[in-house]
Design a binder for this molecule. Sequence first.
Ligand SMILES: [Zn+2]
Length: 276
Amino acid sequence: MVRDEQYGELGKRFEEHLLAGIPALQRAGYNPTDFLRMIKTQGAVRTAKTLLASARHTSYGFATLWEKNRLDASVEFAVCLPWFRELFTGEELDRAEFRLTEHHFDLKRISTVAAPDWYAAPVPEQWDRARTGARTAEHPGEQPQPAPGPTYRQRVEAEEAAQRHRAATNPALRTEAARSNVFRALVLERAGGRCENPRCGHPGFHAIGRNERPIVEVDHVHGLKDGGPDHPVNMVVLCPNCHAVKTRGRDSEVADLRLLLAGIARGKHEAAMGVA
Ligand SMILES: [Zn+2]
C-alpha cells in the first residue's frame, strides 16, 4: 500500500491533526490501534476515505467514540472541518455529516473549532454574517467590528492559484478534485443560500436541512461533462425544484433557463469580483 503523498501539504496537516488527537483518546480509555496502523500504512487522507467508503467502518471505533461522547475526536468530524474539506469529495463530506447527525451530533460544533494559523480563508456562513452585519448597523459603535475576512475576489484568486499549483505538481489529482469545495462554498455564500433563478416558482423557499444549512443545490450552468468550467462564473444556486427543471425539464425550457442563468452567474461573479 502506497502512502497518500499526493495530498501534499494539506494531507500532511490532516495527518498531524488526527495523530495529535490520539493521546486524548488514550487518556479517555480508547486505544485506536487499528486506526493508527491504517494511518501508518495508507496515510491519513486515504484512511479517512477508506473509512467513509465502508458502510460499517468496523475497523475504527466510531461507536466507541459515540459511547464516550467524543465524536468530536472522530475522523468524520475532522473531515468536516472547513480547512480539510477540499481533500474530500462532496459524497465523502455528505457521508461524514450524515454519520455525525445520525448519532445526534450537533454539526454546529464544527464552527466552534478555532481555525489553525496556517488556514488563510476562514469561511463564515453568509447567513451568520448577514445577521452580525445587521446588528452592527443598528447599533453603530456599540460593538467592535469583526476583523474583515478575505474578500470573494481574494478567495477566488487563492483557489485559482491553488488549482494551478496542484495541476502543475500533480496532474493525477486534477480529476479527483474536479469540483472545488471552495468554489461551491463561495457560490452558496454569494447567493445567501437562496435560489438564484429569477423565475423561481418558490422564491420564499428556504428550508434548513439537518446539517443546519439551507436546502439548495449548486448547479453548473453549463454542465461539467459538456465542458463547462468548475468556476463560480459558471455556477448558480438553485432550489430543488428549479434544479429539477434545469436538469430534467423540456429541452426548450432548459435552453431558455440556461441562457438566463448564465447571465446571472456571470453578472453576480463579476459584481462580487469588483469588475466594473
Ligand atoms: Zn427556485
